[in-house]
Design a protein. Structure first.
Length: 552
């Protein structure tokens, strides 16, 4: 199996036309001037205004460093993405497209993945990007002395443990030649999962710059404060701490020099974003989670004449879980009743202003594994009461719904949930608390229901949430058949066979609910109308930044 993608080079031609002004003789002989008239001097046509090729993106918090293998948040990785590249990227259609790797091959048994690097790929200092750089990066992450948060991303490679660490060079990573690198997985892997985890989530580092640095010293190394040598479309210029990051165009970028000259990531408070957008001080916001327009400002942003307000589906979602150790939640009809007894569409329409979707499973519409055969369940108070009565529900019982503070939409959704459930006869009280306290309560099983959110990679394996005794399975949901299917899904490589497994899982959760899936909020951002070719992706804003342009 192979995937090849050719690159299209766009050539911009600028044609300048000169206007020739012709004078009239007024009937005199050629060269004669009327008495008293001074010779006229032609004024040259004014030069066209130069396009402003500087673009500013607003982001709500600063990065703590620029380490592609250990920055602490999505804020850091957003800053990294402008100047470092991965092997592949996910585009706006949720397809994998070439970056450092111009093509790749997958063995028939789904265990061996071979990436062919773009022959034009260079580091910002002019050195070529080679397979040795790729091998160096993965060995660095796997080194037990390296502090990194990328370990779990590479733990499917042969020779690594569950944390992505190895005792020496990683057995499953090898440079076949200067521009070819081969990965061998521990077992058969869904190619989409491998491309996402290994191909799209590991930024390659320059061995010739960092190879002599002891892994244990990397966290304090100056390179990760001022990364002057990357492989991406923009070069690091400077970081004004807590204020802005400045980048300059990489003229030698292997996919073609970016149209933009300079890029600024401006650190600012979300509540000042609308004014900055309206004044044209920033051209766009960074998008989901890190530069998202506050929902209370969304109506205003949509009225700005200089901005396009954009919303798109993400992979994150909100849900209400049950404490399955409580006897009164044992009957599936009780949990089914809560799906009918909560007006989830009202939450999306009123609190999210329509910028979201109601869910029936943990997979939002961008996932290729959504079971589209599941019938959507709308608000139906009568059906909820009927199911509760059939299950013998004690309508005098009062339930505690614990809610973390901070996410205002989630906090407000708790009030709607309480009112809806009281409408069907279920008494509910809301307890709000900070997130650490909520997690401690959930960990101890000291609750009835809780509101929580989740966002993960596009791979459909949700074992960490819903498998028996999984680390995030605070509700203690446990079904042998679910565990069996989750294990099968994690070890099945062929897409259609794998989708059949996850379709069955979703059918089980539909009839025997593990949680109540509430909604997936869309990402809310704004892009200046002067910008061209900015294509939003649920996996990131910057995937095609080298193609961005501005209008005259």
């Amino acid at each position: 199996m192979s995937k090849r993608s050719g690159m299209v080079t766009k050539v911009l031609s600028v044609v300048t036309a000169m206007a020739i002004l012709a004078g009239c003789s007024g009937g005199s002989k050629s060269g004669d001037k009327p008495a008293g008239e001074q010779p006229q001097t032609q004024n040259p046509a004014p030069a066209p205004a130069k396009k402003n090729l500087d673009v500013t993106i607003a982001m709500w918090s600063p990065p703590n460093n620029f380490s592609p293998i250990n920055t602490d948040s999505s804020y850091g990785y957003f800053a990294v993405e402008a100047m470092f590249d991965t092997l592949v990227k996910v585009n706006d259609k949720i397809d994998f497209v070439p970056k450092l790797a111009e093509k790749w091959d997958v063995s028939k048994d789904f265990t061996t993945f071979t990436f062919h690097l773009n022959p034009k790929a260079k580091w910002h200092d002019g050195k070529p990007v080679t397979a040795k750089d790729v091998v160096y990066t993965f060995n660095l992450i796997a080194n037990k002395e390296t502090v990194t948060n990328r370990g779990a991303t590479i733990n499917l490679i042969k020779g690594t443990d569950a944390g992505g660490k190895a005792d020496g060079p990683v057995e499953g990573v090898k440079a076949l030649d200067e521009k070819t690198v081969q990965f061998v997985a521990k077992k058969a892997v869904d190619p989409l999962a491998f491309l996402e985890k290994v191909g799209a989530n590991i930024y390659i580092l320059p061995e010739h710059v960092l190879g002599a640095v002891a892994p244990k010293d990397l966290t304090t190394h100056a390179f990760f404060q001022e990364p002057k040598v990357g492989s991406g479309p923009f070069k690091f210029v400077k970081y004004a701490s807590g204020q802005y990051i400045e980048y300059a165009r990489n003229e030698e970028y292997y996919l073609g020099a970016p149209k933009l000259e300079r890029l600024f990531i401006r650190i600012m408070q979300a509540n000042t974003a609308v004014a900055a957008l309206e004044k044209g001080e920033v051209d766009m916001t960074a998008g989901a989670g890190i530069g998202e327009i506050p929902i209370q400002d969304w109506d205003k942003v949509q009225t700005l004449s200089n901005m396009n307000a954009l919303t798109f589906v993400t992979k994150g979602y909100q849900y209400m879980d049950f404490n399955h150790t409580r006897d009164y939640f044992k009957d599936p009809k009780v949990r089914q009743a809560f799906f009918y007894g909560i007006n989830r569409k009202l939450i999306v329409d009123n609190l999210l202003k329509g910028t979201g979707v109601v869910l029936e499973s943990p997979y939002t519409p961008i996932y290729k594994y959504v079971n589209t055969n599941l019938k959507p369940r709308g608000f139906d108070a009568n059906q909820a009461k009927k199911l509760l009565t059939e299950a013998g529900w004690d309508f005098n019982r009062e339930l505690a719904l614990i809610v973390p503070i901070g996410n205002k939409v989630r906090e407000q959704s708790a009030d709607i949930i309480m009112a809806n459930l009281q409408q069907v006869g279920v008494k509910v009280k809301i307890e709000k608390m900070d997130f650490p306290t909520l997690q401690a309560r959930r960990g101890k099983g000291d609750y009835d229901m809780s509101l929580i959110g989740w966002s993960d990679i596009l791979d459909p394996d949700v074992s960490s949430q819903y498998r028996t005794d999984a680390v995030y399975n605070n509700g203690k949901y446990s079904r042998p058949k679910v565990d069996e299917l989750l294990d099968q899904g994690a070890t099945t490589a062929e897409f259609q066979a794998r989708k059949k497994i996850y379709d069955e899982l979703q059918e089980i959760w539909y009839n025997d609910p593990n949680v109540v899936y509430l909604y997936s909020p869309n990402a809310l951002t704004a892009v200046s109308k002067r910008m061209e070719n900015v294509k939003m992706s649920a996996m990131g804003l910057l995937w095609n930044i080298h193609e961005w342009d501005v209008k005259q």
